[in-house]
Design a protein around this ligand. Structure first.
Ligand code: 4AZ
Length: 439
């Protein structure tokens, strides 16, 4: 045969010495390369395995703290969580906790929330939850001791605004369910599914010209009011585990509660939770022609369970005054162009409050804005609520607690220049809401 396979057998006999040496070197370097690769792979895998066990993911740890503050006198309104007094004091105490635990070496301090301020013979008693992140391999008890040490150290070394009575301080580790229940007894809190607070502007400015919400639980009080067989009609806000606040004009065509359902979640289909409506109360003085008193409440037949995804919004105190150009958010499933279709995914938009004086100008709404109404949007138009957003919430963020300040009510078309959205001014109806719902 002409092509005998001798060239694959590397023996000195078949090759001149130089050629043989070259081939030998070639195979040696291939072997070395393979060997090096195998070693590198083994080292890599070993490092990966060790890192997996050593640097494991952090996990959230929750604690319930109770302590006396001796340099604070109890005030009646501390018992009311939505009162200005409770909110201001809570924030001062929460800020003090940040000072104590941030950069303290007691782990990664996430947040604290005052749950209760109660009277005590020596001043007041504070009940609050503390959230930390630690490596998931550690024990809650071990971290509890560390947190306690950090606090005691701070009592000695830091000048703090409140005097904590050291012997009264107790710290108990709680699970995420208990923590959720404690926080859920509050209102206006936005949480991710892993119990991390959603920071005020995680959703940035980014309805007409707004953006889709990105997370379940971003606006957990938003509900969709639907007529059986005809789908989404209006938005609404959850204000307790059975009551929704919405606009009166949503029930213009149909006031029969048995024809309505309410859904929760960031999509209309599929919803996270669905309930029948048992009762509809429209404001007695709602005027269709002038849009005055455009407010109604609807009661669900069965209560909803609060979670990170379904949560009530706080009702602002009737004394809350928002100066012009305050940032507020409107959310809804309404159309994104005038006369467009309902959106399946919840949308949000940041708008700004506009004073009634400006809004009543001849070139704006020419005197149509009454004291029960609130204008919000932009004079140049572009960002606005629209058809289908009606009844939905306009909310204001005060230190990560969200307050309902408006109900989407009316406007000339959507997002036109000098025609901002008009909302029912919720603070004007605080007593009416209480008289109908007890909230
Ligand atoms: C509506 O028809 C509607 N641009 C809601 C809000 C606005 C306009 C119309 C505000 O339900």
């Amino acid at each position: 045969m002409m092509y005998a396979p001798v060239e694959f057998e590397f023996s000195e006999a078949d090759y001149p010495p130089v050629e043989y040496q070259r081939k030998q070197q070639y195979w040696d370097s291939i072997r070395l390369a393979i060997f090096t690769l195998v070693i590198v792979a083994i080292i890599g895998i070993t490092i990966g395995i060790v890192a997996h066990f050593v640097v494991e993911d952090d996990k959230s740890f929750y604690y319930l703290a109770s302590f006396q503050v001796t340099n604070l006198k109890y005030r009646e309104n501390y018992g009311l969580r939505t009162s200005k007094e409770f909110i201001q004091r809570s924030h001062q105490i929460e800020r003090m906790m940040s000072r104590i635990f941030q950069h303290s070496g007691a782990g990664r301090f996430i947040k604290s929330h005052v749950i209760k301020i109660s009277p005590d013979e020596n001043g007041v008693n504070i009940l609050m939850v503390l959230m930390f992140r630690y490596p998931s391999t550690g024990s809650a008890e071990h971290f509890r001791k560390r947190i306690e040490r950090t606090l005691y150290q701070s009592l000695k070394t830091k000048k703090l605004p409140f005097t904590i009575n050291k012997p009264s301080f107790t710290l108990t580790s709680i699970d995420s369910k208990k923590m959720r229940n404690l926080l859920n007894s509050r209102c206006g809190i936005r949480m991710t599914s892993s119990n991390m607070p959603i920071p005020a502007y995680s959703s940035k400015e980014r309805i007409v010209q707004g953006r889709e919400t990105s997370m379940e639980g971003e606006w957990p009080w938003q509900a969709s009011l639907q007529l059986k067989g005809a789908g989404h009609q209006c938005g609404a806000s959850l204000i307790s585990n059975t009551w929704l606040l919405t606009a009166a004009h949503c029930f213009r065509k149909n006031k029969d509660p048995s024809q309505w359902i309410a859904t929760f979640g960031t999509t209309i289909t599929p919803p996270i939770v669905q309930r029948n409506v048992g009762k509809i109360i429209v404001h007695e003085n709602y005027r269709r022609e002038t849009n005055e008193n455009d407010i109604a409440v609807a009661q669900l037949t069965t209560r909803v369970e609060f979670s990170n995804i379904v949560q009530r919004v706080c009702l602002a105190d009737s004394s809350l005054k928002l100066p012009p150009k305050t940032s507020v958010f409107v959310t809804g499933f309404g159309s994104i162009v005038d006369d467009g279709p309902t959106q399946n995914k919840l949308r949000q938009a940041r708008v700004e409050t506009i004073s009634s004086d400006v809004c009543n100008r001849k070139d704006v709404y020419d005197g149509l804005i009454t004291k029960g109404m609130l204008c919000a949007g932009f004079m140049e138009g572009k960002i606005d609520a629209c058809k289908g957003d009606s009844g939905g919430p306009l909310v204001y963020d005060s230190h990560d607690i969200w307050y309902l300040v408006g109900i989407v009510s009316w406007g000339q078309s959507c997002a036109l220049p000098k025609k901002p959205g008009v909302y029912t001014r919720v603070t004007q109806y605080r007593n009416w809401i209480a008289s109908k719902t007890g909230i």
